[in-house]
Design a protein around this ligand. Structure first.
Ligand code: MG
Length: 101
């Protein structure tokens, strides 16, 4: 999903910080995305329905989503997954989901 320029930057950061720190980042960023998703989903249940609050929640969601894509790209590098293997595994999961009744 990231372009070649950004993938190269991901690799440089991974080489600078090391695998352990970047794997900790994966965990951290996934937790932040989870929180951001919850805030968006909880919007109808909160007292503050201001447009400002809604826009802030959606902006935060986009920010955290991109953070996860960046660290997921680094995790793919750490795992040594090829694009072909990712797509094979994705196909299996998507087919399984599509075949659910
Ligand atoms: Mg983040």
């Amino acid at each position: 999903m990231l372009n070649d320029e950004n993938k190269l930057k991901c690799r440089k950061i991974l080489e600078r910080n090391g695998q352990v720190l970047q794997m900790m980042k994966v965990s951290e960023e996934c937790a932040e995305l989870s929180q951001a998703v919850c805030k968006v989903l909880e919007e109808p249940l909160t007292r503050d329905h201001s447009q400002e609050r809604i826009e802030a929640n959606h902006e935060n969601f986009k920010e955290e989503l991109v953070d996860v894509l960046v660290v997921a790209t680094q995790a793919v590098m750490i795992a040594g997954l090829s694009e072909e293997e990712i797509n094979q595994r994705a196909k299996q999961k998507l087919d399984k989901e599509l075949n659910k009744p």
